[in-house]
Design a protein around this ligand. Structure first.
Ligand code: AMP
Length: 403
């Protein structure tokens, strides 16, 4: 089955076509800057094969409809395409950031699903309108192709109320659905299953702390294969220190900023989401730049790294306390997979919790799933490359096969 994975945002459509018989990528790409004067199209064919090719185009892309036409045109192009017609696209999987507590599983798209997604816009004003635009044009262009929504929030729908409620007036939960949802669910779900496989255990029996460290970062406390807590909350702002997001702070800071600096709610939103985190502390949001700055003696970059490690250790410690028995800490995403210093900082001093990182295994320039704990470590420390698109395609196939 060929599955087209679509990640449609407010101004971009990213896509990946997979042949799910072999779980191999046929092509991938993006149309970006939709609605701007200068749009950008990139299309990569069968990466890693003898047909490997890359196309970049610059042209205006007025709306999602035109963007999706370009995507389908490239995929089915006689010369640059990988399938002959849309009939060879057998399913579409849409990545959706916020499914609220309406959606507790991936599901096939119908008019009711679209209506429910529209109702969730107040919880995800930045993301859900772009997702809906992508669904609308994909359904119109491929009316016979089954479409499935896969949500970043679904994996965390197993959190108990004690973990997902905020200690705010209960009416806010009832009226506005103000609660913790958690994000990066496709990544946490994928690495949970891969880690279980690596450990040789059924997924329903593993207790893990999955640590997704990328530009956005989150941790998940996994008991018997299910999320029972996670660091992100109502939005992806809560929790760990990230590239440009502050993570946990005292909310009383914001009225203070409003009073002292006259900042509006929009400006505070921008400050906490786009100007904070590593960028706010040391002016850089990319981890590689931070290491370079530390090497040159930049004390603020060093402080940012210290704060990052400390916050990560606090979260790991709290999840160990909740779980009792932990099979493994699982690092994933751009920083988690590639940065031994970040992993070492996240595990430093946690030997008393049974977490013993092996220095050489951590530093070894190895790719792929691996164990970087000492042989005698009671808790394994794994690095598992994440693959959110493959997880979306797998769930898409799963939903359609279950029908
Ligand atoms: P992601 O959001 O998963 O794409 O991750 C982006 C983050 O991963 C950025 O902060 C990058 O600096 C970081 N990253 C990617 N490759 C490396 C690497 N080789 N070493 C350290 N950090 C990396």
């Amino acid at each position: 089955m060929n599955v087209l994975v679509i990640n449609s945002g407010s101004s971009s459509i990213k896509y990946l076509l997979l042949d799910m018989r072999t779980e191999s990528v046929l092509c991938s790409g993006a149309v970006e800057r939709i609605g701007e004067a200068a749009g950008v199209v990139t299309h990569k064919i069968a990466p890693g094969t003898d047909r490997e090719d890359k196309i970049s185009l610059a042209q205006p892309i007025p709306d999602h409809e035109e963007g999706m036409h370009l995507v389908i045109g490239l995929i089915t192009d006689a010369d640059k395409g990988v399938v002959k017609s849309v009939d060879e696209i057998e399913a579409v999987g849409h990545r959706i950031v916020q499914g609220g507590d309406t959606f507790s599983a991936s599901c096939r798209v119908d008019d009711h699903v679209v209506e429910e997604l529209a109702k969730l816009i107040p919880l995800a004003p930045v993301h859900n309108p772009g997702h809906l635009a992508g669904i609308r044009v994909a359904r119109a262009m491929m009316p016979k192709v089954p479409q499935v929504t896969v949500f970043d929030t679904v994996f965390h729908q197993t959190m108990p109320p004690r973990a997902f409620m905020y200690a705010l007036p209960y009416e806010l939960y009832e009226e506005l659905k103000v609660r913790r949802y958690g994000f990066h669910g496709t990544s946490h779900a994928y690495v949970t299953k891969e880690a279980a496989r690596f450990l040789g255990k059924p997924a329903e029996q593993v207790n893990l702390i999955t640590v997704h460290l990328g530009n956005g970062s989150s941790m998940c406390c996994v008991q018997n294969g299910k999320s029972i807590d996670t660091s992100m909350g109502l939005t992806p702002l809560e929790g760990l220190i990230m590239g440009t997001r502050c993570g946990d702070t005292d909310l009383a800071i914001y009225p203070l900023l409003g009073a002292a600096k006259g900042l509006s709610i929009e400006e505070i939103n921008d400050l906490t989401n786009k100007q904070s985190g590593f960028k706010g502390i040391c002016g850089r949001n990319d981890m590689r730049d931070i290491h370079e700055a530390v090497a040159q003696g930049d004390t603020k970059a060093k402080l940012a790294l210290d704060m990052f490690g400390y916050r990560n250790r606090k979260y790991i410690g709290s999840y160990v306390a909740v779980l009792g028995r932990v099979d493994a800490i699982v690092f994933t995403a751009g920083i988690g997979e590639n940065d031994p210093v970040a992993r070492e900082l996240s595990c430093r001093g946690l030997e008393h919790l049974g977490i013993r990182l092996d220095r050489d295994r951590n530093l070894a320039p190895v790719r792929g799933a691996r164990d970087i704990a000492t042989s005698d470590s009671p808790v394994r420390v794994l690095v598992i490359p994440t693959n959110e698109e493959l997880e979306i395609a797998r769930q898409t196939v799963g939903v359609l096969q279950a029908q």
